[in-house]
Write a protein that binds this ligand. Sequence first.
Ligand SMILES: [Zn+2]
Length: 291
Amino acid sequence: MERKRTLMAAEPLLQRAKPATLIAIDDGHGAETPGKRSPAFPDGSVLKENQFNSRTAELLAEALTRCGFATLMVAPEESDTPLKTRVMRANEARADAYISIHANAYGSGWNAANGVETWIYEKIMGQSNTYLFAQSVHEAFAAASGRKDRGLKRSADLYVLKATDMHAVIVECGFMTNREEAELLKSEDYRRKCAEGICKGVCAFYKMEYISPERQEPEQAEPPTTAKPSTTAEPSFRYQSIRDIPVWGQALIAEMVENKCFGDAGRMDLSEDMLRTMVLLDRLAKARKER
Ligand SMILES: [Zn+2]
């Protein structure tokens, strides 16, 4: 009890230092996962999906770091890391968002299906933060790709969308089974376009300034560990889950969650002001009791 009070006193309400927003990045499949490849090009070569996914994942990590985010590669291995392991790594690290990068396929031979799309879990509500995150990522990424926009889609079955504790999207960056898009998917230029587009969308959602590769100047680059999302200054920002709650509010909110104060669904939807008020009233109540 004594210890907790000391900790709270040492952390003034208005001087919350939030660590950098953590984005988990998933490269979709293993390097040799069967079936995940383009039809054969005229020279006999194929594009393996992971060649696109893993390079684009690297470029995305580079872009996000440049813009002040922290990143976590959930499947850095060559082998096909199980989906369960990928998700567990992101959940355990308490990542704020999860982005899984893929290239699409339709059938097994060359055909006309084309365009880019983004997937979210089917139960995501239209105005939820996860939906807004997905929308922001999709819009920026689809525009940057220059390909046909197939839209934001919902799925009940995609494990990484269902089992992650954070905002989660799967981005499908074009069809390996379309000759024109397969050529793009092979190119460093298109991979970079996709990565920068996704990064722009993430920046827009978290109200961070997007810094393009050209604009980056080493002396201005902020190390990701000290970067803060500007969400604290944004009046519409609301805490949706206990892992978002700053340290000075955690004990109280944990107690409230335990006592089902937010109902069975556990959705808290607290503004910064509401949280501060609750913490202050709780302190008053405790001080009265101790007097
Ligand atoms: Zn895939």
